[in-house]
Each structure stands twice: as C-alpha cells, then as structure tokens.
Write a protein that binds this ligand. Structure first.
Ligand code: DX5
Ligand code: ZN
Length: 217
C-alpha cells in the first residue's frame, strides 16, 4: 500500500493549522516537514519552534527532512519538538552512522537521503541501521520543481537491492511528484510519496486520493 506524505512547504503558512487538518482529513499518512538552513541548500524554511507549534494539531507522524549542514546538531531539538522520523543527507557535513545512532538513542526512526546526483552505493553502509531511504527527484531547496525522470532507475536499483538483501526499509521519493508520475515511482519501488505543490495547489483531499488511485492502476 502506497503512503502519501504531503510536504507542508507548499501550504499557506498564514493558516498552517487548517492546512494540516486538511491533509489529515484527506487521508495523508505522514506530514513531510522540509527543514532548510540556507547553507546546505539556498533557502531557509522551518525550525523546531514551528514543529513544536503544530505538534498538538495532529496524530500523523512527523517526517522531518533535514536539508542542513551538521544535522547532528539539530536532531535533538527536532525530536523534542515532536519529530517521529528524521532523515539526513549523506552529502551533508556529518558522520551518518553517529547521527543515526543519536536519533535511535532518543527512540525515533532514522533515514538517509540521496540527492539526484548521488549514487546509491553511498547509502549502502547505512542500510542495516535505517528505517527509511529517501530518494530525491529534484535538487533540494525549493518546492514546485520539475520531477527528474532520470532518477527512476535509482529507485528501481534500491528496491531490487533491498529485496535481494531481505531488508524491509521504506523507500520514500521526494520532488515534483504528481498523479502523472506517481505510478512510475510506485512501480519502480517507491512506497512513500512526498508531494508538496501537487497536494496544496488543489483540494488536498482530492489530490491525495488521486495520487493513491494512480498507484493502484
Ligand atoms: C525539496 C523538498 C521537497 C519538495 C516537495 O527541497 O525536499 O519535499 O518541497 O515539494 P514538491 O512536491 O512541490 O516538489
Ligand atoms: Zn523533502
């Protein structure tokens, strides 16, 4: 079963509470929270105070995507604020083994993220430690970018490798996902679809349903 994780980056922050309730009522499975530091990526978005503020509004798990340098310095604050799953880029400045351990020591789930240009082999060292691998289908930094179909073979490569090794790790895919490409992503092996602009540029309930329906084809 495919899960949908709407990214609140594309929500209206003037009514963030309503925007979160809309995706919960619309059948979202996780809330994807895009954290950007203006350093690892050229944009600044959401910090722990916002996560803390929205935590009481929903029971959906918070999937916190850390697009920051030195993520090890921030995981504790995001966990205290209410994060359930934290993903860290292999390209960021840290030792992923230690950052993953730090997340697990606090009882939360951990994942690693690969940018479009980063090969899968750079994540292989961490597969026995993580609950999720996040594959970017846009270069991180902004919502509303175009899906990069050239990343689809990497999704397939990850899925085939995980199956061969008997590893049950979620494969989350993030960037430019719409009802047009959701099936292609799911068929390649993605089981959690992040969607920001697609969900929030229409009626969230209809958009979430159309993503799930596209994958059932
Ligand atoms: C990109 C973010 C994504 C993105 C999703 O840097 O990690 O989560 O905002 O938004 P859309 O679906 O609009 O690409
Ligand atoms: Zn993201």
């Amino acid at each position: 079963m495919i899960k949908v994780a709407p990214s609140i980056l594309s929500a209206d922050f003037g009514k963030l509470g309503d925007e979160i309730r809309a995706i919960e009522e619309g059948g979202a499975d996780l809330v994807h929270i895009d954290v950007m530091d203006g350093n690892f990526v050229p944009n600044i978005t959401i910090g722990p105070v916002v996560v803390k503020g929205i935590r009481p509004l929903t029971k959906m798990p918070f999937d916190v995507h850390l697009m920051v340098q030195k993520p090890q310095h921030f995981v504790e604050d995001f966990i205290k604020a209410g994060a359930d799953i934290l993903t860290v880029h292999v390209e960021a400045d840290h030792s992923p083994h230690q950052t993953i351990k730090h997340i697990h020591d606090q009882g939360k789930k951990a994942g690693v993220v690969l940018n479009p240009g980063t090969p899968f082999h750079l994540a292989k060292d961490f597969l026995n430690e993580i609950e999720m691998i996040l594959i970017m289908t846009v270069n991180p930094g902004f919502g509303g970018q175009k899906f990069m179909p050239e990343v689809v073979p990497k999704i397939r490569e990850v899925k085939e490798y995980l199956d061969k090794e008997g590893l049950s790790i979620d494969i989350e895919v993030d960037g430019g996902i719409t009802s047009e490409n959701a099936y292609e992503v799911a068929r390649a092996g993605g089981n959690i679809l992040v969607a920001g602009s697609f969900v929030y540029k229409g009626d969230p309930k209809e958009r979430i349903a159309s993503l799930k329906a596209a994958c059932e084809e």
